[in-house]
Design a protein around this ligand. Structure first.
Ligand code: DP6
Length: 329
């Protein structure tokens, strides 16, 4: 190993989309067809190290202490190949990645994982820290990962085909607004179709796909305005419409994609009941899985968590406030 090579280490956090990304404008470059807006979550972190190694013929990936499957190594190698090409280096690397998510949180780690890998790989290659370049690199592997590069509230614009520099943008910092997301982890059903396959299938077969792509920008604009004005009602109403429109589009695919479990709808109904009974100002969103994420003021988080824990089929809840962006460690 030459002196210009070092072990890159980075920590990144998961994020939840308040305005959803679903569908690609350019599959090859992984450019989203719609703008999305997220909150980066404080307690859900991934730590990744990239160690350039002269003795390796191919990259190695250890995920949570266990050698990763070939398909996961291939995705990491694709990201490293882009970094190696930019930096003009040829080493292979040993990657170690550890998720510090609450036990069996039921949440995906690809956003925090690729954000941490992008930052650690650029550091290992001797490239200076550059948030936009890190975000664009992470986006290429998984578009939601572009958002985890920034803390607080973050937007990822829709991409125009061919625009490979597309990166997320910070919308408002952690200190702007102390909202809380209460994740209601629901009973595990059969494994859901992953986001990438789900959105491809939706685009190919759902008669509502074009309507979704047309409607999504206005919903993202509402979420954006609501965040800037610290108006939970404005954010929440647009957030619920965004998730329901995304799921309606997926439900109408052929065959339809049903990410909900009975407990998903029960938890969603409980959120609406809390609101109509004026017990808490709270709104809900769901991703490509059965869990419900409830957005509320930090002061209401304990009451919301308690109410969701009582819903049949909810296994546990996790509370998360806004957290920082990617950090080199
Ligand atoms: C429903 O970012 O996982 O969570 O770019 O194909 O890797 P790829 O998809 P991914 O999709 C996330 C979809 C979502 C909504 C969101 O996070 O915006």
């Amino acid at each position: 190993m030459s002196t210009t090579q070092r072990i890159g280490r980075a920590r990144a956090r998961a994020n939840i989309a308040l305005a959803k990304y679903w569908g690609k404008a350019d599959v090859e470059r992984n450019l989203p067809a719609v703008p999305s807006i997220s909150m980066t979550l404080d307690p859900l972190t991934t730590e990744t190290s990239v160690e350039p190694r002269a003795d390796l013929l191919r990259d190695e990936l250890i995920l949570n202490g266990t050698p990763a499957a070939a398909v996961e190594v291939a995705r990491a190698t694709q990201l490293l190949d882009r970094v190696r090409a930019e930096a003009g280096v040829h080493w292979r690397a040993r990657i170690e990645s550890q998720n510090h998510f609450p036990t069996a949180s039921g949440l995906a780690s690809s956003a925090s994982g690729f954000a941490a890998l992008a930052a650690a790989a650029r550091c290992a290659a001797g490239l200076p820290f550059d948030a936009a370049a890190t975000s664009a690199l992470a986006r290429r592997s998984s578009a939601s990962a572009a958002r985890s590069v920034y803390g607080g509230y973050v937007e990822l614009p829709a991409g125009l085909p061919g625009d490979d520099a597309l990166a997320a943008l910070p919308l408002a910092p952690v200190e702007h607004w102390g909202l809380c997301i209460v994740v209601a982890v629901t009973a595990e059903g059969r494994k859901a179709v992953g986001s990438t396959d789900g959105m491809t299938h939706t685009k190919l077969t759902s008669p509502y796909y074009d309507a979704w792509v047309e409607a999504a920008p206005a919903l993202a604009a509402e979420v954006r305005a609501g965040i800037l004005a610290r108006d939970l009602g404005q954010v929440g109403r647009a957030m619920e419409q965004s998730t329901l429109a995304m799921h309606a589009c997926a439900l109408a695919a052929a065959p339809g994609l049903i990410y909900f479990q009975p407990a998903t709808l029960a938890a969603f109904a409980r959120v609406r009941a809390l609101r109509s009974e004026r017990r808490a100002e709270v709104y809900a969103t769901m991703d490509a899985g059965p869990h419900v994420k409830a957005l509320c003021h930090a002061a209401d988080a304990t009451a919301v968590s308690q109410a969701l824990s009582e819903v049949p089929g909810v296994l546990r809840t996790i509370l998360a406030g806004p957290g920082p962006g990617v950090e080199l460690v």
